[in-house]
Design a protein around this ligand. Structure first.
Ligand SMILES: C[S@@+](CC[C@H](N)C(=O)[O-])C[C@H]1O[C@@H](n2cnc3c(N)ncnc32)[C@H](O)[C@@H]1O
Length: 231
């Protein structure tokens, strides 16, 4: 290869490496000091289930309401950031065939063990919700309880595109995320912001602002509960 070609290739490679380093740093700046997989796995390794702030051991009230509304077709469901699998197991008991994905290998192992014990149609894999390993149009129902608000700002549009890709047209997405009523924060959303991110692919059917009392700490947090239909 001519020296000019080599220089050009070197330049492109250097630019890519700088971009990657910047991307990693900006992810870290928003959540913590390390990689998300290590950080989340440490949480699950070091914390007993009863001390996890989001783990109630029960199906989430908002999810139960969505199912009871009859708006959701019982088919294949995906749980994004499925944690210990409590919500997925509920969906499976209600007759869904459930896939769960979580970045923490420890959480995935526990969730699969729980599903096996109950003999449920529910399978969990370790992975990043930004790189969903499912074919287009796989799911008629998708749940995100507390995962989207951990996605770095720069990756939110890609998250929405990826989720829309794996859903059937007319499928439903139910999201619970931190609300702006908790005060200013990089991941505290107004209904308008949620609409901005999701409306290119989804029709918002309802948004409400509810409080949730963390069982392990007694803290009261505001959450947006959003039901959307894939367009
Ligand atoms: C607040 S917890 C909620 C867990 C579960 N949805 C529940 O309601 O019990 C957030 C979960 O998202 C997972 N998570 C965070 N970022 C993720 C990513 N990029 N890809 C997959 N899972 C992720 C974490 O490991 C954690 O289990």
């Amino acid at each position: 290869m001519a020296p000019v070609g080599l220089l050009l290739l070197g330049g492109v490679l250097a630019a890519y490496l700088i971009f990657e380093a910047y991307r990693r740093r900006s992810r870290q700046g928003q959540e913590g000091a390390g990689e998300p997989e290590e950080e989340w796995d440490e949480v699950y390794r070091d914390t007993s289930p009863s001390a996890l702030p989001w783990e109630t051991g029960e199906p989430a009230e908002g999810l139960v309401e969505v199912l009871e509304s009859g708006r959701v077709e019982k088919g294949r469901a995906l749980d994004l950031g499925s944690g210990l699998g409590t919500q997925s197991l509920y969906l499976a008991r209600m007759g869904f065939r459930v896939s769960g994905i979580d970045i923490s290998p420890t959480a995935v192992e526990v969730a699969n063990r729980r599903a096996d014990l109950e003999g449920l149609d529910c399978y969990f894999i370790q992975g990043d919700v930004l790189e969903l390993p499912y074919p287009d149009g796989s799911f008629s129902f998708v749940l995100d309880r507390g995962c989207f608000h951990h996605i770095p700002e720069d990756d939110r549009e890609s998250y929405v595109r990826g989720v829309a890709r794996v859903m059937k047209r007319g499928g439903m997405l139910y999201l619970e995320c931190f609300s702006h009523r908790n005060g200013p924060g990089w991941n505290h959303f107004t209904p308008g912001q949620i609409e901005g991110y999701f409306s290119p692919h989804f029709r918002i059917l309802s948004i409400s602002d509810r409080t949730f009392t963390e069982p392990s700490t007694g803290h009261i947090l505001h959450f947006l509960r959003v039901l959307m239909e894939k367009g």
